[in-house]
Design a binder for this molecule. Structure first.
Ligand SMILES: Cc1ncc(COP(=O)(O)O)c(C=O)c1O
Ligand SMILES: [Zn+2]
Length: 364
C-alpha cells in the first residue's frame, strides 16, 4: 500500500517512518475500499474492527492492539436528537477509533517509539494503544490541559511534556522533535491511518439504526471525525447503500473559528485568526493542517458550519447531565452549537450528535 502526497502527488510506501512527503506535503492513502456490503462485516468481532474489510489495514496486527473500541450505543436524547455515546471507549473519547488503527499500523511496520501532540484526548488514546502494543510513547500537551487527562496519559507509561502557550504552539514544539530527532509522529492529523478508524463511526450508525440520520453534528478542530465521517459517507453513497448524503453540521468554537470564517466567504483556505481562550479545548485549533482538504469536502457536500457560543457551553453541559449523560466541555459545545443552528434554521429533527468525550476528563 502507498501514500500519495497531497501537494506533489509523489508516492511513498506506507512503511515509511517519515511524517510527510519529502516536499513537506501531507500524505493521503491510496486506498479505495471495496463496495459496502453488510455480508462483509465480521459479526463475530465486537469492536470496530468488525468493519476491517473497509479499512486500509494490512495483516492482523490489530488483534494485538484492539481494546474493544467502537460499537458505542446510540441513545435518544429528545424527539429530535440522538446521541452516539463515543465517550464509552477504553480511554473515554472518540479518539480511540483512530488511535487503534494508527497503532495497529505502527505495530505492523515495526515502530518502536513515537511522539504525539494533543489537547489531551488523542494523546491519551495514542498512549494507551502504544502501551498495549509495547511501543514507547511521548506526548506533548498545551499548558492548561485538564489534569485528569495528563494523569491518564502518564498512567500508560508515556512521558508527558506540558508546553507553555497555545495548542498550535504545542504542535510546533512536537513537530520540531519529529524533524530534529527523527521520532515517529503518531499524529491524528498527519497520519492517514488514523482516519481509517474514525470511519467506523458511520458504519456503526448504519448498522445500528439501519439508516443514516438526516443531520450529523461533528466538531471540527483538526477534523479527524469530520474526515472519517465524510470518507465513510462517500463510500456508502458510492456503494449505493445510501441514496442521500446527510446534512453535516460542522461546529467550531466561537473563539477559534478559522474554517467557519472561510466558509462564510467561500475561501479555499482557512482564515488567519488569533485564537482566544475557550472552554472547548478540544477544538481550539487555529491552524488546521488539513484545512484546505476540510474546506474542499465542505464545498463538495454543502456542509453547514456553526459556532458554539462560549457562554452556552456550561448550560448545555448541565442540560445533558440533567438527563444522565456527563460529557466534557468540548463535547457539550456540540450540543450548544446544535441549538445555535436550530435558532438560525428552525427545528432540526433526526439529528445525530457525538458525545465524544467523558465529563470526568474536564475537571477544570
Ligand atoms: C472532546 C473532543 N471533541 C472534539 C475534538 C476535535 O477533534 P479534531 O481536532 O480531530 O477535529 C477533540 C480533539 O481532541 C476532542 O478531544
Ligand atoms: Zn510531495
Amino acid at each position: 500500500m502507498e501514500f500519495i502526497c497531497t501537494k506533489c502527488g509523489k508516492r511513498t510506501p506506507v512503511t515509511t517512518m517519515q511524517p510527510t512527503c519529502e516536499c513537506g506535503g501531507l500524505f493521503e492513502l491510496d486506498f479505495t475500499p471495496e463496495a459496502w456490503d453488510p455480508e462483509l462485516i465480521d459479526d463475530k468481532e465486537w469492536s470496530q474492527f468488525r468493519y476491517r474489510r473497509f479499512m486500509a489495514l494490512e495483516g492482523d496486527a490489530w488483534r494485538d492492539v484492539t481494546l474493544g473500541e467502537g460499537h458505542t450505543p446510540i441513545v435518544r436524547f429528545d424527539d429530535d436528537v440522538l446521541f452516539k455515546m463515543d465517550y464509552m471507549m477504553p480511554t473515554l473519547s472518540f479518539k480511540d477509533r483512530g488511535a487503534a488503527t494508527l497503532v495497529a499500523h505502527m505495530k505492523a511496520i515495526g515502530v518502536k517509539s513515537c511522539v504525539q501532540d494533543s489537547s489531551g484526548n488523542a494523546g491519551n488514546a495514542v498512549a494507551a494503544y502504544a502501551a498495549r502494543a509495547g511501543i514507547k510513547c511521548e506526548i506533548f500537551v498545551p499548558e492548561g490541559t485538564s489534569p485528569s487527562k495528563i494523569r491518564m496519559i502518564e498512567s500508560h507509561g508515556a512521558k508527558v511534556n506540558v508546553v507553555p502557550g497555545t495548542r498550535d504552539h504545542c504542535a510546533d514544539v512536537c513537530r520540531a522533535k519529529v524533524r530534529d530527532e527523527g521520532a515517529y509522529y503518531a499524529n491524528h492529523v498527519y497520519n492517514p491511518f488514523f482516519y481509517e478508524g474514525m470511519k467506523a463511526y458511520i458504519y456503526e450508525t448504519l448498522e445500528q439504526l439501519g439508516r443514516i440520520p438526516a443531520h450529523i453534528v461533528v466538531p471540527v478542530g483538526n477534523g479527524t471525525l469530520f474526515i472519517g465521517v465524510v470518507k465513510a459517507l462517500e463510500h456508502l453513497e458510492k456503494s449505493g447503500a445510501i441514496d442521500k448524503f446527510p446534512q453535516i453540521i460542522a461546529l467550531q468554537s466561537e473563539n477559534c473559528d478559522p474554517l467557519y470564517r472561510a466558509v462564510k466567504t467561500h475561501d479555499a483556505h482557512p482564515a488567519s485568526i488569533v485564537p482566544k481562550p475557550t472552554m472547548a479545548e478540544g477544538i481550539a485549533i487555529g491552524v488546521p493542517m488539513r484545512g484546505d482538504e476540510l474546506l474542499d469536502m465542505s464545498y463538495r457536500h454543502n456542509i453547514a458550519f456553526v459556532r458554539a457560543p462560549e457562554e452556552k457551553i456550561l448550560e448545555a453541559r448541565a442540560k445533558i447531565a440533567a438527563r444522565g449523560i456527563y460529557c466534557e466541555h468540548t463535547t457539550a459545545a456540540n450540543y450548544a452549537a446544535y441549538l445555535a443552528y436550530c435558532e438560525e434554521h428552525g427545528p432540526t429533527p433526526d439529528t445525530l450528535i457525538t458525545m465524544c468525550g467523558a465529563g470526568i476528563k474536564s475537571d477544570h
